[in-house]
Write a protein that binds this ligand. Structure first.
Ligand code: ADP
Ligand code: MG
Length: 631
């Protein structure tokens, strides 16, 4: 019998696939079962109009044979004629295979192939001889045989029933791979459950069962019993009305090993540009490895109930990487030859649609279940804030209305929209203040007057907050403004005039203080933002006080610092003390300036460069006070 050659491109691809790239051999079974399932679909379709294709029961049968080292996959689907076998099995990946080969021949990401369908030829990853016997309704049966290397033979054969029977002659075991595993019934059962659980037709195999031995007491024996390996109807394909909350939660915990109930479950189907069903979960708590590189984001991807990949990263934007779940789409191809994942426009549409759904779910939760949303936000809010910061704020529009910050006015988390709606008529900016904790921020001197005047301030306690707000620049036309920065805050004309007069009248004192602190601050000046505190620090343009603290924790030598300005409260007793000292013994001003500066640093949460010096200065002051009191 003459051997027919594979097309050259097919052969090169084959070599590549079999010998190098495939680390994920086991998916061959998924591929063959999926082909069988397609063939069953086709037969069912034909049976509607052609009585020759009628059937009793459509099914797939797996028969492992450990002795002969074979695995046989039989279906009673549509079958193939001789011509169809030549056409379908003689060419690999009809379309696009050349492009595929070019991409992967010199690529280290070859592994990715394991996540796609490569179809029938994947059988050669485990077998060195494959026999396909097939029969259609109105043609004689044919047998196709190949070793996957140098072509194939095709001949007539005896086969009564319509359908296809594929026998894999497994390769010899070697040090790396135990191909004989694929005759192990447990192993096969496991693979079917992993990859093909939701195939709509029963996948049958004889499995070992332990049963009581007849006519004996208590003794058991192992028998083979025909078993359906797959559960056939996946949870997400069942009618929503028939699914209980428990069903959803159990599915979640068994799949994601999280025993806490998910905060939100979203199960929906979409028809349109790309049709799909998705089952998405928002966890209640942070996955333990969420911030490590071990955390694998992405949704599970199925095509017509056939598992394709575990973590399809491209289905979710980074900022929603906390969402878990799966997507099942009829429009996603199992076959690698069409397109690879990132470039697949179907997947792009999927991603868009899923992203939109997650957003609307979150918005809905924010409006209707505020407490739930706050819980969510406390857990995953940083992902959203980081999402705004990333890519130079490209996702600002998408995410800004999902953000929340702690409000001085409400004593709880509020949205930017809520803040904006409450702004006073004379207010043009959104005020915020950063610090380590809400309690610490509440006591910051810089916001005394602002609070006193009844303005609302957003308290930011996460490191990312200020970076996010600066990246956003404004919300709906209202700029963000830090209460800890040099610009005056909502100062009236009168306040401004008063301040300038005081500034002029105390020029000498302020300059003397400034030169005492010349290596620490840029300026010492009269403040309009203080009420009960004597002094505070504010930052000039650029790096903020909070950022300086953050940057100081990072590794490296050179650390950028905020340009600081020391502001003095002209209504505070200490100011009169300073004026007095300046008048009577101006040289002592240096000591006072230093102390006040160090106090301001402490209030702001900085650590002092020289705490011993600070302590000594206070002691000197105490001693002097005691002497002056005449003791
Ligand atoms: P794909 O399934 O993406 O078309 P495959 O390489 O898996 O690519 O299969 C190639 C073709 O071989 C199928 O399209 C189908 O026409 C045919 N085929 C494979 N397996 C079977 C089967 N069990 N029954 C009938 N036809 C089959
Ligand atoms: Mg296929």
């Amino acid at each position: 019998m003459a051997k027919k050659q594979f097309k050259t491109e097919s052969k090169r691809l084959l070599d590549l696939m079999i010998n190098s790239i495939y680390t994920n051999r086991e998916i061959f079974l998924r591929e063959l079962i999926s082909n069988a399932s397609d063939a069953l679909d086709k037969r069912h379709f034909l049976s509607l109009t052609d009585k020759d294709y009628r059937y009793d029961k459509l099914e797939i049968l797996l028969e492992p044979d450990g002795v002969n080292r074979t695995l046989t996959i039989t279906d009673n689907g549509v079958g193939m004629s001789r011509e169809e076998m030549e056409k379908n099995l003689g060419t690999i990946a009809h379309s696009g295979s050349e492009e595929f080969r070019r991409k992967y021949e010199d690529s280290s990401t070859a592994d990715i192939i394991g996540q796609f369908g490569v179809g029938f030829y994947s059988s050669f990853m485990v077998a060195d001889k494959v026999v396909v016997e097939s029969k259609t309704a109105n043609q004689p049966a044919s047998r196709w045989v190949s070793n996957g290397q140098d072509g194939y033979t095709i001949e007539d054969c005896d086969k009564e029933d319509i359908g296809t029977r594929i026998t894999l002659y497994l390769r010899e075991d070697n040090d790396e791979v135990k191909y004989s595993d694929y005759t192990d019934r447990y192993k096969i059962h496991e693979l079917v459950r992993k990859y093909s659980d939701y195939v709509r037709y029963p996948i049958m195999m004889e499995t070992e069962k332990s049963v009581p031995k007849p006519d004996s007491d208590g003794e058991y024996e192992t028998v083979l019993e025909m078993t359906t390996l797959n559960s056939m109807v996946p949870l997400w394909k069942r009618n929503r009305k028939d699914i209980t909350e428990d069903d959803y939660n159990n599915f979640y915990s068994s799949k994601y090993y999280d025993w806490e109930k998910p905060l939100k479950t979203v199960h929906y189907s979409m028809e349109g540009n790309v049709s799909y069903t998705a089952l998405l979960y928002i966890p209640s708590r942070l996955p333990y490895n969420f911030y490590s590189k071990d955390y694998e984001a992405g949704l599970q991807l199925y095509s017509k109930g056939v598992f394709i990949m575990e973590h399809a990263k491209d289905l979710l934007p980074d900022y929603y990487s906390f969402v878990r779940g799966l997507v099942d789409s009829d429009d996603v191809s199992l076959n690698i030859s069409r397109e690879i994942l990132q470039q697949d426009s179907q997947l792009q549409s999927l991603r868009k649609s899923i992203t939109r759904k997650i957003k609307s779910t979150l918005v809905d939760m924010m409006i209707k279940e505020r407490e739930q949303y706050e819980k969510f936000y406390r857990t995953f809010g940083n992902s959203l804030k980081y999402g705004v910061y990333q890519n130079y704020g490209a996702n600002k529009e998408e995410l800004q209305d999902l953000l929340m910050f702690y409000s001085s006015k409400e004593d709880k988390y509020v949205t930017l929209k809520e803040y904006k709606e409450r702004m006073k008529p004379q207010q043009n900016e959104i005020y915020y203040c950063t610090g380590e904790s809400i309690d610490k921020i509440k006591k910051l001197p810089q916001i005394e007057t602002l609070l006193d005047k009844g303005f609302e301030i957003l308290y930011c306690i996460d490191e990312i907050d200020e970076f996010t707000l600066m990246m956003m620049h404004d919300y709906d036309g209202k700029q963000f403004k830090s209460a800890q920065k040099a610009d005056a805050l909502n100062e009236s004309e009168e306040e401004k005039k008063q301040k300038e007069e005081l500034q002029k009248g105390n020029e000498g004192l302020l300059q003397k203080m400034a030169s005492a602190l010349s290596d620490k601050v840029k300026e010492v000046r009269i403040s309009s933002r203080l009420k009960n505190n004597p002094v505070c620090l504010v930052a000039d343009e650029g790096i903020s006080l909070e950022m300086e603290k953050y940057l100081s924790q990072l590794p490296g030598e050179q650390k950028a610092k905020a340009t600081k300005i020391l502001e003095i409260n002209p209504n505070h007793d200490i100011f009169k003390v300073l004026q007095n000292v300046y008048e009577k013994s101006p040289d002592e001003i240096d000591e006072y300036a230093d102390l006040l500066y160090q106090q301001a640093m402490l209030i702001e949460g900085f650590t002092l460069d020289d705490p011993v010096d600070f302590s000594n200065r206070i002691c000197r002051l105490m001693k002097k006070a005691n002497e002056q009191a005449g003791h």
